[in-house]
Design a protein around this ligand. Structure first.
Ligand code: UN1
Length: 498
């Protein structure tokens, strides 16, 4: 049996868990078990399912610190952010616990007498949820919680790097009252997951795919879902722009761009991609941003640092690969070196032992232009581009031109610029005078273009991902009344004028 060893990325000798990796047959069997359990769960009255979500929320709250410590230990985000990650699960439970008492349908008038129309939300069935490692608690919960309250069963395939977090979360769900077969966790590598999912779809065991991860994998899963006439919920990459107008508050810009670019070591799908600065304030922003990044503390994620290690070796290698995209007309700032931080390639002010983990220097790449490799490549690491613009229209074009459309931001004190930006930006989410990252858990979350297929998570909007509308008409007239044909027309006078 093949196993996966999940390690602490800040101290790779610390093994967090060793888990068996599922085979294709295991994935299919897991889907079958979840499929079999779904009708029973859907038969539980929705308010009772809502109570389960309330109980789950209480348990996440009671276990917030221990789960957050595990999040920091297994995936390396700083402890304050780990607390936020878990808080987002609690917020999501708070939002959806009442949905069991709503799940509203409508009563709709019929065009004929003695007939009534209705709509109902019906669960889609069994959902396969595949999630990334950067938000190991919050992002899965955005799928799992609304899927549960609406009566679906779930097979959750977290990324292997966060296997222990997934197992701990599943135990909290079970303790909160979710039946074990209604929420199944399966740990498998990418190709096995794909093949297992393909086989499960073929057997009719999966009715919905939810995926958070790369655009490349999203495309493959989108094709697979399409072959089975399904529309997946895809939350993919981003190259999130931050536009700085000449009237921006520069202190706020620097603070926002520091968090947006380097929080979670740049491994958020909402992380800042390129900081686009108006020519009039370029030098001022550049100087202060470089100063802030150079002086930021990197290191042990349990200490007071801006960011800790990369999620694992693979993520660090990916970051190093992106450093190879830096071109001659660009200049690098932000640290004493680039690439991996080690005792031989040190970072000033580093906290902890750099050789023990997968740490990367923060890197600002100055001089980004449309057409550069770094203009339209999502880097998913501590790398922020900087570029100049002269007009807002040009900034909007630069902000949209790469085809990603997840998050975006503008810093300005001019309401006209805000509204023009809102209208022109193609991203699904925009921030005014705020970071590109840090979305709240009850607004629609999702992107367009290379960032997703337009599906939205969170809040009331995600309900459309996990339910289908069923419409019903009830004719109690005792005769066949034909729609469009047997409709009474009231007389009117078409020639009437005052
Ligand atoms: C992600 O990176 O996949 O908006 C999700 C944010 C977080 C969620 C990010 N609340 O940054």
């Amino acid at each position: 049996m093949t196993t996966y060893i999940s390690r602490n990325p800040a101290c790779v000798d610390d093994i967090v868990v060793e888990v068996p990796l599922a085979t294709v047959a295991d994935v299919v069997a897991t889907c079958q078990a979840a499929k079999d359990a779904q009708p029973g769960w859907a038969a539980v009255p929705a308010p009772a399912r809502g109570r389960v979500i309330a109980q789950v929320g209480r348990l996440f709250e009671a276990n917030k610190e221990s789960l957050s410590r595990l999040v920091t230990r297994e995936m390396g985000k700083v402890y304050a952010e780990a607390l936020g990650d878990v808080q987002e699960v609690i917020d999501t439970c708070d939002f959806f616990l009442g949905e069991g008492r709503r799940l509203y349908g409508q009563t709709v008038p019929s065009e004929m007498p003695d007939k009534q129309l209705f709509t109902f939300r019906v669960p889609v069935g069994t959902a396969m949820i595949i999630t990334a490692g950067n938000f190991p608690a919050a992002v899965p919960s955005w799928y799992i919680i609304p899927a549960l309250v609406t009566g679906n069963s779930i097979v959750w395939k977290p990324v292997e790097q966060t296997a222990a977090i997934a197992q701990a979360m599943a135990e909290i769900f079970y303790a909160g009252g979710v039946p074990r077969d209604v929420l199944k966790v399966v740990i498998a590598d990418g190709p096995t997951t794909y093949d297992g999912l393909e086989a499960a779809l073929h057997k009719g065991l999966v009715n919905k795919i939810g995926f958070t991860g790369s655009t490349e994998v999203g495309r493959k899963l989108g094709e697979l879902a399409g072959r089975h006439l399904q529309s997946p919920c895809l939350e993919l990459g981003g190259k999130n722009p931050m536009v700085v107008m000449p009237d921006a508050d520069i202190d706020l810009v620097v603070e926002g761009a520091l968090f947006a670019g380097f929080g979670t070591a740049g491994q958020r799908c909402t992380s800042l991609g390129t900081l686009w600065v108006h020519r009039d304030v370029y030098d001022a922003v550049h100087e202060r941003y470089v100063h802030a990044v150079e002086n930021a503390i990197v290191g042990d994620p349990f200490e007071r640092v801006l960011y800790g290690p990369m999620i694992d070796e693979k993520y660090l290698a990916n970051h190093e690969k992106h450093l190879g995209l830096i071109q001659d007309h660009q200049t690098v700032y932000g640290s004493t070196a680039i690439g991996r931080i080690t005792s031989h390639n040190p970072r000033r002010g580093f906290v902890g032992d750099p050789d023990a983990g997968w740490y990367a220097h923060p890197t600002i790449v100055d001089g980004i232009r449309a057409g550069d490799a770094l203009y339209d490549t999502e880097t998913f690491g501590p790398l922020v581009g900087m570029g100049v613009f002269d007009t807002l229209d040009e900034a909007i074009e630069l902000a949209n031109g790469h085809g990603y459309g997840l998050s975006s931001a503008i810093y300005t004190s001019d309401p006209k610029a805000v509204w023009r930006f809102r209208q022109g930006i193609s991203a699904g989410m925009l921030s005014i005078n705020n970071s590109t990252s840090g979305a709240e858990a009850h607004l629609p979350f999702g992107g367009n273009g290379r960032s997703g297929n337009g599906s939205r998570q969170s809040g009331i909007w995600v309900l459309d991902q996990f339910t289908r509308w069923q419409s019903m008409n009830w004719d109690y007239s005792g005769k066949l009344q034909k729609a469009q044909m047997d409709v009474e027309e009231l007389p009117y006078d078409p020639g009437f004028r005052l």
